[in-house]
Design a protein around this ligand. Structure first.
Ligand SMILES: Nc1nc2c(ncn2[C@@H]2O[C@H](COP(=O)(O)OP(=O)(O)OP(=O)(O)O)[C@@H](O)[C@H]2O)c(=O)[nH]1
Ligand SMILES: [Mg+2]
Length: 510
């Protein structure tokens, strides 16, 4: 060991440790200085890397979550839950826009009934019936309706139908309000499969181009009114004579009468139109929704249906337990087949995917392709996601969704095994069918993932705010913990490197 030169007591021990040895020759000094320069270069490089990583974590490293699943699987509804939990003010500010969507959903349901009535009128006339396009109602196949015995409508029904015709204008007016430019468009191909009623005026579903700010556009429209009656917290001008709520309110009694009429129910049943099962169904709440000062509840907003086109990004600052707030980006995408190509560019950006597979649709076919069963489509989609190499280090969380509808369907007697043949003669219960499907999705993950992954799965009904709140909190915790674990592993590796370097330095000097 080198002997150090004599030092005073208050000299810094670190200075002492790295002080040059006494009687150092010029050659030794040169060698020492060379080694020290080399060590410093390495040290500076490590410092730079650690700083860059800290910066990235602080500023540019939000948690990115992608919502995936087929159309109507519940992606946008899950996003609404995120908004409700994490930015309730923004959620509240959008009530005016969602009120319009709900009114549109109501007008559309009534339009479907009116179309069905026209169909019954045609059937009862002597004219030969129009050809029927093989189609589906929300993916449930409709029989050859012209062969069905449709109930005869009375003069009272026809009067009712006529009195409800202003609702068609409500649809038009809402579309105009929701689409001042091209933000909202009509997808006729989708709606033509809602019913096989061969009429020129079919009900249409509205969709938003997610890149367009349709909500703010609508809110702006609302707030341009100079009326004092605008309720600032809802953004709704109840006294605006052009508010579609006025016509809905005037037609309320007739709509309720129509929906509860036994002949109409018989007609819908004969055409196998199950409005209760269609997204955006509000006919059981007509009294409340058509009230003159109706403001949508949180539940109403979650039930409202507006199809998504393209991809949209939503930002939140989320707190997780005692952990610091993190910037979150949640991406909501359109799930229709023609839109799925738009998902891929996000695969390299994201930390986690919440994949929604609706279990209730086991007896339905895809709107885009009636030859494909919807549950089967979800399974194939899940397989392609879990086996994707680009996504191998992305956390996957599966939501087996629409459990409430699955329960109701099974309780009403629909046989799961009739559609999922492999289920065999197991009991037709929610417990049995849901566990069976969970196992199936889990096996697909195990057999197809490029590297071993844990299977994270939740049974969800994302229109249920309470249960979804708890699930999203768990998901949030899980994603943050996994992210931190990865960051800690990186920091830990850097610390080991730094430690090893310091040890080498001290040994060289000693
Ligand atoms: N009863 C019930 N309805 C649900 C559930 N999840 C979603 N819905 C409803 O199903 C409809 C479709 O849900 P969305 O969230 O719009 O579906 P999406 O996946 O965003 O569909 P696209 O935008 O077409 O890709 C909406 O009317 C929702 O209210 C659920 O768990 N239970
Ligand atoms: Mg959507």
């Amino acid at each position: 060991m080198h002997r150090r030169s004599a030092v005073s007591e208050d000299e810094d021990p670190l200075t002492l440790a790295i002080a040059p040895p006494p009687n150092e020759t010029p050659a030794e000094r040169e060698h020492r200085l060379f080694e020290e320069r080399k060590a410093k270069e390495i040290s500076d490089r490590i410092d730079e890397e650690i700083n860059a990583q800290r910066l990235a974590e602080k500023k540019e490293n939000p948690v990115r979550v992608l919502l995936l699943g087929q159309s109507e699987s519940g992606k946008t509804t899950t996003l609404k839950n995120f908004q409700l939990i994490n930015s309730p003010k923004a959620f509240k500010a959008e009530r005016a826009s969602w009120r319009a969507v709900i009114q549109l959903n109501v007008a559309r349901s009534i339009r479907i009934i009116i179309d069905a009535m026209s169909r019954a009128q045609q059937a009862s006339s002597s004219a030969p019936s129009s050809p029927v396009t093989p189609s589906s109602l929300d993916d449930v196949s409709i029989p050859e309706a012209e062969n069905e015995q449709l109930p005869t409508l009375t003069a009272e029904h026809l009067k009712l139908k006529m009195r409800l015709s202003p609702l068609l204008q409500v649809e038009e007016s809402l579309w105009r309000r929701l689409s001042p430019s091209t933000a909202v468009q009509i997808e006729t191909s989708h709606l033509s499969s809602i019913t096989n009623v061969p009429l020129p005026t079919r009900p249409k579903e509205v969709y938003v181009q997610s890149t367009m700010p349709w909500k703010s556009t609508f809110s702006r429209l609302m707030s341009t009114s100079s009326r004092d009656s605008s309720e600032s917290d809802t953004g709704i001008d109840f006294d605006d004579p052009k508010d579609p709520g006025v016509i809905l309110n005037n037609c309320a009694e007739d709509m309720i009468k129509l929906w509860h009429d036994p002949t109409i129910r018989e007609l819908l049943s004969a055409l196998r139109i199950r409005l209760e099962d269609t997204p955006g169904f509000f006919l059981d709440d007509l009294e409340r929704i058509t009230a003159s000062r109706y403001v949508p509840s949180d539940d109403d907003i979650l039930k409202a249906r507006l199809k998504t086109m393209g991809v949209s990004e939503h930002r939140f600052v989320l707190k997780t337990g005692n952990l610091v707030s993190r910037d979150w980006r949640v991406f909501d995408v359109g799930g229709a087949r023609s839109l799925r190509a738009a998902w891929a560019p996000f695969f390299e950006l994201i930390n986690a995917i919440i994949f929604l597979a609706p279990l209730s649709c086991f007896d339905q076919s895809l709107i885009e392709d009636p030859s494909v069963n919807r549950l089967e489509d979800s399974i194939l989609l899940w397989r392609s996601i879990v086996s994707n190499h680009l996504l191998r280090s992305v956390e996957l969380i599966l939501f087996l969704n629409k459990c409430d509808i699955l329960k109701a369907k099974l309780e009403s007697g629909v046989q799961f095994s009739k559609w999922v043949i492999s289920y065999g003669d197991r009991p037709n219960t929610f417990d049995g069918t849901s566990k069976y499907m969970k196992k199936k999705f889990g096996t697909i993950l195990r057999n197809n993932s490029p590297m071993p992954r844990t299977f994270y799965c939740h049974f969800t009904s994302v229109t249920d705010i309470q249960s979804t709140f708890q699930i999203l909190e768990n998901v949030k915790d899980f994603i943050v913990r996994r992210n931190l674990a990865v960051s800690h592993m990186l920091i830990f590796s850097c610390l080991i490197l730094t430690g090893a370097f310091c040890w080498t330095l001290v040994r060289n000097v000693a």
